[in-house]
Design a protein around this ligand. Structure first.
Ligand SMILES: Nc1ncnc2c1ncn2[C@@H]1O[C@H](COP(=O)(O)OP(=O)(O)OP(=O)(O)O)[C@@H](O)[C@H]1O
Length: 342
């Protein structure tokens, strides 16, 4: 089922805060992650889709049906939130079957389907327990089983993993992705965790102050961020100011670097962006864009080191990643320096 937002606008009563002119389209079975700073409108967009808040302009269309004004229970949307929101007085099995019950599925069929879903998330043995007798990760699995149980036309996931610790988060992330693909559920995922967005999503929409700044594949956002806000939000980088000093050359104040300056004129102010994996540690003496300096901070991360390198004369360090941190020089190939509008 495709899901689209057509110039959707919404303001909380008495404010100008909300979402503005949001247009996004999700193909059937696609998982789109909504990311962006706190307060950028991610949850608002999810709530509008679910029907938990109403009164938007524009259209939200699911499988050809305009959802405006449609009651929550008629939307056939599965939801999973940060706080498990299971019913404490119901068993795990009854929790999973709750949506089916509301949809009028009779008891026998309901139990069978709920048990199947619990088996699928690996909790078949725990059907008779109450939510309080489960770990956080298990509760989220139950919430996932419940969201998928009545074959929703779309799935809304609001920070589903953020209350879990790192080890379980990775496992559950993979499981959600696998089940979402298996069910072909068109999915909107709100997350704070950019790694989660990059790892799970087919496409990412980056929101800022209620507007979509960029919508594209994880690779597009990482490799071709439209501006500095997107670049800072997706992945790690070195971003610093420079001046174009000639065709194919910029000056940072402490180093002249070769890169593609496009149609920019000498004297123009730019920001340069370099991703940490593109910084070469201890390059040969005559390497292009070689800068001498020293490491100010090194973080050993097991399979690699992430270091801050301060070139001579610089005020701000460059962030690099390598098997071992450089002794006294780095370089970055011209094709890995991207210029953003200053
Ligand atoms: N019921 C409400 N009444 C008024 N303003 C609200 C209400 N709910 C949210 N807001 C405001 O709307 C803006 C968007 O909130 P929203 O929850 O959509 O952001 P978010 O991107 O999901 O943030 P976070 O990442 O912190 O969860 C925020 O400025 C928030 O304070």
């Amino acid at each position: 089922m495709s899901l689209s937002f057509e110039q959707v606008g919404f303001q909380y009563r008495g404010t100008s805060i909300g979402v503005h002119d949001v247009s996004l389209s999700l193909a059937s079975g696609e998982l789109v992650a909504l990311i962006g700073p706190s307060g950028s409108g991610k949850t608002t967009l999810l709530r509008l889709t679910a029907g938990l808040i109403s009164g938007h302009s524009g259209r939200i269309v699911l499988d050809g049906r305009d959802l405006s004004g449609m009651p929550v229970h008629e939307r056939h949307i599965g939801m999973m939130f940060q706080h498990y929101a299971l019913f404490p007085h119901l068993t795990v099995l009854e929790n999973v079957g709750y949506g089916l019950k509301m949809a009028g599925v009779e008891a026998g069929a309901r139990r069978k389907k709920s048990q199947e879903m619990l088996d699928l998330v690996g909790l078949g043995q725990l059907a008779g327990r109450r939510p309080a007798q489960l770990s956080g990760g298990q509760q989220q699995r139950v919430a996932l089983a419940r969201a998928l149980a009545y074959s929703p036309q779309a799935l809304l996931l609001d920070e589903p993993l953020s209350a879990l610790d790192a080890s379980i988060r990775g496992q559950l992330r993979d499981q959600i992705r696998q089940l979402q693909q298996q069910f072909g559920a068109t999915t909107l995922l709100v997350t704070h965790d950019q790694e989660e967005a990059l790892a799970m999503a087919d496409r990412i929409a980056l929101l800022d102050q209620g507007r979509v700044l960029q919508y594209g594949t994880p690779t597009e956002l990482y490799e071709n961020p439209l501006n500095e806000t997107v670049a800072r939000f997706v992945g790690l980088s070195t971003i610093c100011t420079a001046t174009v000093c000639g065709e194919g050359e910029i000056d940072t104040g402490y180093a002249r670097l070769r890169c593609d300056t496009g149609a920019r004129a000498p004297g123009e102010q730019v920001k340069l962006l370099v991703r940490p994996e593109h910084i070469e540690a201890d390059p040969p003496l005559f390497a292009v864009n070689r800068m001498e300096g020293h490491v100010t901070l090194n973080r050993y991360l097991g399979s690699f080191n992430r270091y801050d390198f301060m070139p001579h004369g610089a005020q701000q360090p460059w962030l690099g990643e390598a098997r071992s941190a450089p002794a006294d020089a780095i370089a970055v190939a011209p094709e890995h320096i991207r210029l953003l509008a200053a």
